[in-house]
Write a protein of this length. Structure first.
Length: 231
């Protein structure tokens, strides 16, 4: 298979962008520099908050920024694109329509992974914007899965982990995670989807197991889509 250059629409958020870059290098079956994926990365921190726009708390639309970055990556000779931001996938169809390059859909890839491991009741941990947009609920329905959403108190804790801890550059509070995971287990979840790339940082810091990490799934999909082998 012909090797392709990967373009990463980053900055959403910045730490998750750097983390998937590391994932891609560590997970590619390569023995030399030249055998790794050729990547072009934008880390555009001017992209407005996706959740705030979805919830009507801001009128600053992130979509034009993301489309502009997709075009920048095309000019830089990228051939396949990824967006390491689940909430940005609320606008996936609109962005893909305006891009000449294929964009891997991390929501679909993640739901498909849950199906592959024979999950049935899937807990969705994501920003309130992602939850409100229904993208994970729709993807679960597509693959015959039952999405389980946190109640309002647990959702507030999820948002606190994302915004007050990871996005703020602070250490992850393990007690917040323990409360979240216990509540979702009591709700009968087979598996938890970490449907926010900041939660991938939580997984890394707390060394979590038994979750489906959407960022990890996206990295694997990107490696194979670009014609490389996974370790």
């Amino acid at each position: 298979m012909e090797k392709k250059t990967l373009g990463i629409i980053g900055g959403v958020g910045p730490l998750a962008t750097m983390y998937i870059g590391e994932m891609l290098v560590r997970m590619t079956d390569a023995d030399t520099d030249q055998e790794h994926i050729n990547m072009v990365i934008t880390n555009n921190t001017k992209i407005p908050d996706r959740t705030a726009f979805i919830l009507g708390e801001s009128t600053d639309d992130p979509v034009p920024y993301i489309i502009s970055d997709a075009n920048r990556l095309r000019v830089a000779q990228a051939e396949v694109l990824i967006m390491p931001c689940n909430t940005a996938h609320s606008f996936y169809d609109q962005i893909q329509k305006e891009s000449d390059l294929p964009i891997i859909n991390m929501i679909d890839e993640t739901a498909e992974r849950a199906k592959q491991i024979n999950a049935e009741r899937v807990g969705i941990l994501a920003t309130t914007g992602t939850i409100s947009s229904g993208v994970y609920q729709d993807a679960c329905e597509k693959y015959g899965l039952t999405p389980v959403l946190p109640d309002s108190d647990i959702q507030s804790l999820v948002m606190s982990l994302i915004y007050d801890d990871v996005k703020a550059g602070k250490p992850v509070d393990p007690e917040k995670w323990n409360t979240i995971s216990r509540a979702m287990k009591e709700a009968g979840c087979d598996v938890l989807i970490l449907g926010c790339t900041e939660l991938s940082i939580v997984r890394k810091e707390l060394k979590l197991e038994g979750c489906i990490d959407s960022l990890l799934v996206l990295a694997e999909a990107a490696i194979t889509a670009c014609g490389y082998r996974l370790k």
